[in-house]
Write a protein that binds this ligand. Structure first.
Ligand code: OGA
Ligand code: ZN
Ligand code: ZN
Length: 410
């Protein structure tokens, strides 16, 4: 069956006996027709302007036949207990759309060329996939650029139109902030929007939480005083990814404005201009802590993590910052304490310089990346007739990224 399928194709083929295992690339039959070749560990696909190398071991591992891959679940089912990492092809053929391989144990694999291109190991192809499919590449912004990156989306359109939902999630991913307008004043508006993505991330403050001045609160956010720049819940290992803040009633006083700062931009400034301080902010583990009670439930949360957390590429993965929730234990040698405080001060000065102000109107919902942006709120005062009231909820990046990929696949 394998041979019949190959021979029946009317396209030109480069048939190659891999017994020779030569490194010499076959000359293309014509300028724009691809050819293939194998070497000790690779199959080389030579095209007019590019070459793609696919390791034998990777090809065998990713065989798409029904014995190796379950199509319905899009899952590898090859039994890895018996996998041979030294497997080699004994015959390789190129057809118009596929590379067909006979392995040394007789197993047959067919790889679609488009499928292979999407998985190219070339650096630029991997970068393209990483920044457009895996996760969207973030673009940092300064305070002066805030007005141009702060995009607005109508609530109804997000609920009803997938294209608009996609644009909103793209804005959130790329810039870390977006505004939703014309939001119905009911207290489940965050929930309805979150369910367009997936679902709300619950914390010890509940699924939705109500931000307003509350007597006897154990959380400083529930005071009407100035709420310093911060990220929410730095004391959670699984800190929520994004915040939705729906303004139901805004304060008529001059306060109640939100501050927003791109932590990515600030980190980048410190990395360039103050590398020693950057090192401390990325190295020293701070103990973040929340201690209190909500609806009769007592909690004491703690998580140790630097102010600027880097991933293995050296990119900022998460910012932690909240003065009220910064614990007093610091796990550094005593000589490292003052230099770390100096670094924290540099970070603090810069986030204040780089903060944009926005006062939500009633019926608006401010959405931002809680792992990247710092946010705050200016002091306000309530009256009997005017009690500021905001409903908040969190949605995780796992679900936003998942929704974006699903929407892009439609
Ligand atoms: C919070 C918060 C902002 C606001 O509750 O953590 O940031 O506008 N609130 O009240
Ligand atoms: Zn197979
Ligand atoms: Zn907050």
């Amino acid at each position: 069956m394998f041979l019949t399928k190959k021979l029946s194709s009317s396209i030109s083929k480069a048939i190659l006996s891999t017994a020779k295992r030569t490194n010499t690339l076959r000359r293309p039959l014509s300028d724009d027709k691809p050819t293939i070749n194998t070497s000790q560990d690779f199959i080389h696909l030579q095209e007019k302007n590019s070459q793609h190398d696919f390791p034998h071991v990777w090809l065998r591992d990713n065989c798409q036949c029904e014995k190796c891959f379950h199509v319905e679940s899009k899952s590898r089912i090859i039994n890895w207990k018996y996998f041979d990492v030294n497997t080699k092809p004994s015959d390789v053929q190129l057809t118009k759309d596929n590379i067909e391989i006979k392995w040394d144990d007789g197993h047959l694999s067919t790889f679609n060329l488009k499928w292979l291109h999407e998985r190219s190991f070339n650096k630029s192809d991997r970068k393209n996939y990483t920044e457009n499919v895996y996760k969207l590449k973030k673009k940092q912004w300064s305070k002066n650029q805030f007005d141009s990156i702060f995009k607005k989306f109508k609530y109804d359109c997000l609920i009803n139109e997938n294209e608009e939902l996609k644009r909103w999630l793209e804005s959130l991913s790329i810039y870390g902030v977006a505004l939703v307008t014309d939001v119905p004043s009911s207290s489940d508006s965050c929930r309805r929007l979150a369910s367009r993505v997936e679902f709300i991330k619950r914390t010890h403050y509940g699924e939705e939480f109500e931000v307003k001045a509350k007597p006897g609160t154990t959380n400083v956010a529930y005071l009407a005083s100035n709420l310093q720049l911060h990220t929410d819940l730095p004391y959670y290992e699984y800190k929520p990814g994004t915040n939705l803040l729906h303004c139901i009633t805004q304060s008529n006083s001059s306060g109640g404005e939100n501050l927003l700062c791109d932590g990515l931009h600030v980190a980048d400034q410190i990395r360039r201009n103050k590398p020693a301080n950057y090192q401390m902010l990325t190295d020293v583990q701070v103990e973040w802590e929340d201690y209190g009670e909500e609806d009769g439930n007592k909690f004491h949360s703690m998580y140790r993590s630097p102010v600027i957390c880097l991933d293995k590429n050296g990119d900022v993965a998460r910012i932690n910052y909240s003065t009220p929730q910064r614990g007093s234990h610091l796990d550094v040698s005593v000589d490292g304490v003052k230099p770390w405080y100096e670094s924290l001060k540099i970070f603090t000065d810069l986030i204040h310089e780089e903060s944009a102000h926005y006062k939500m109107s009633e019926g608006e919902m401010l959405c931002f990346d809680n792992r990247r942006l710092l946010h705050g709120r200016t002091e306000y005062s309530d009256t009997d007739q005017n009690v500021r009231r905001v409903i908040g909820a969190y949605v995780d990046w796992d679900f936003i990224n998942s929704r974006l990929r699903v929407l892009n696949n439609k």
